[in-house]
Write a protein that binds this ligand. Structure first.
Ligand SMILES: *Cc1c(COP(=O)(O)O)cnc(C)c1O
Length: 420
């Protein structure tokens, strides 16, 4: 089914569940600064709030709802699998897990997959695998993992430690030992760090990076930087781990972010877009992952037939509906439109950057306008966007987005900028 036909299907219904926001805050922990909006229904690239107001969803659950909302393929996969068998644990084989692993391996540089439930958990698995490889194969006693400033790898203790942003680590110390940070896209700093860490006490086991830094401000990786890293890793036997949680699964117009850089990682992780909004994560690796033996790593929910059937449906739809071509075309259209607006409002907008359907509008540091202000102003015009730091607004629509929907968002942004 094409995205155009999706838009014309059934009208929205309000959620039957009414719940006041004051009550919500009384019962739910205050870990999120939510926008004042309660959503009740979605279809294609649109969502409706509990009052019935319509929004174009260019957040997609933070780069997660690959096929948008209520996609017939997703509805079908969920319904069928919940009726057949939804969860049995990893004490047994299930065909859905094998089939999803096969699809991922055949469409990437990896040899095998491990399934879990989120991005942070996938990265935890990658860190554990790299450490076990370092201890048992490389003979490193104190393995170090180098990560980048402004990176984002999740909210567990190991992954906030891997995340090179002090704001996520503050007051949660003691952090995990074994991490070292370098500026992103700076090859000299990286080479200096590897030299510094190469001594009797500790050695670099892995370098863990995002192909494009999502949360940290939609910052694309530099091709020459990553190609040199690949060479260094090959020379020194260091593992290259890429966190593909946000940019993988077609988001950049290729299945994987690393394809934009012309390199292959040794380990990579996926989550957000993989289940199209149903929770699933994966850690993928070349065959040296066989250092992981039965008992080394596990997850009760990980790879259950429900999540894997949905993940497989998302993967097959990406392929069958040729969505990578749509991502490339709509991404180009969006970036061109954003750049035209940036050119008309140079006092507010510094830069437009991104790949495929992950794009950032970078606000000038010397104006008061913040990304949250702009996101709120766009909500008022019926468009959902998400900040990527205080000065970058992120556009990450479902990969089925149509040309008309991109145009509508560009128009709303033009009107918002004109009104500032
Ligand atoms: C969102 C994100 C994570 C964390 O994923 P969760 O599913 O929230 O644990 C990790 N890495 C990157 C690059 C992300 O964008």
């Amino acid at each position: 089914m094409s995205p155009e036909t999706l838009l014309q299907t059934s009208p929205p219904v309000a959620s039957p569940l009414q719940f006041a926001s004051e009550d919500f805050d009384r019962y739910v922990m205050s870990t999120y600064a939510r926008f004042p909006l309660a959503l009740a229904k979605g279809e294609g690239c649109r969502v409706w709030d509990t009052e019935g107001r319509e929004y174009l969803d260019f957040v997609a659950g933070i780069a997660t709802c690959t096929l948008g909302h209520a996609h017939p393929v997703l509805v079908e996969a969920v319904t069928q699998q919940i009726q057949a068998l939804h969860h049995v644990s990893n004490l047994y084989y299930t065909p859905q897990q094998g089939a999803l692993a096969q699809w991922l391996v055949e469409h990437s540089c990896a040899d095998r997959a491990f399934f879990c439930n989120s991005g942070a958990e996938a990265n935890e698995g990658a860190i554990k695998l790299a450490r076990k490889y370092a201890h048992t194969v490389l003979g490193i006693r104190a393995p170090m993992i180098i990560t980048a400033h402004a990176s984002f790898h999740g909210r567990t203790l190991a992954t906030i430690t891997a995340t090179g942003q002090p704001k996520y680590q503050k007051n949660f110390d003691p952090l995990m030992p074994g991490f070292y940070y370098v500026p992103y896209n700076d090859i000299t700093a990286l080479e200096e760090a590897i030299a510094l860490l190469d001594n009797d006490e500790r050695q670099v086991a892995a370098i863990m990076l995002e192909a494009l830094q999502g949360e940290g401000g939609v910052r694309p990786g530099d091709r020459a930087y990553f190609q040199r890293i690949r060479e260094i890793c090959n020379e020194k036997g260091i593992l290259l781990i890429l966190d593909e949680v946000q940019v993988g699964m077609g988001r950049t117009g290729h299945y994987w972010g690393y394809e934009n850089l012309g390199i292959e990682p040794d380990i990579f992780t996926s989550a957000k877009g993989l289940g199209g909004g149903i929770p699933i994560g994966a850690m993928l690796c070349k065959s040296f992952c066989d250092v992981f033996q039965p008992g080394d790593h596990a997850s009760t929910f990980g790879g259950n037939p429900f999540a894997c059937a949905v993940g497989l449906a998302v993967c097959q739809t990406l392929e069958q509906e040729n969505l990578l071509a749509n991502v490339q075309a709509r991404g180009e259209q969006l970036r061109t439109g954003l750049q035209a607006i940036a050119d008309r409002y140079p006092s507010f907008i510094a830069e437009v950057r991104g790949w495929g359907l992950i794009n950032g509008l970078v606000l000038n540091s010397d104006v008061e306008l913040t990304s949250s202000n702009l996101v709120q102003a766009m909500i008022d015009r019926g468009v959902l966007l998400v900040p990527a730091g205080p000065k970058v607004v992120r556009f990450v629509p479902p990969l089925i987005v149509s040309a008309e929907e991109v145009d509508q968002v560009l128009q709303a942004l033009e009107q918002t900028m004109a009104a500032l």
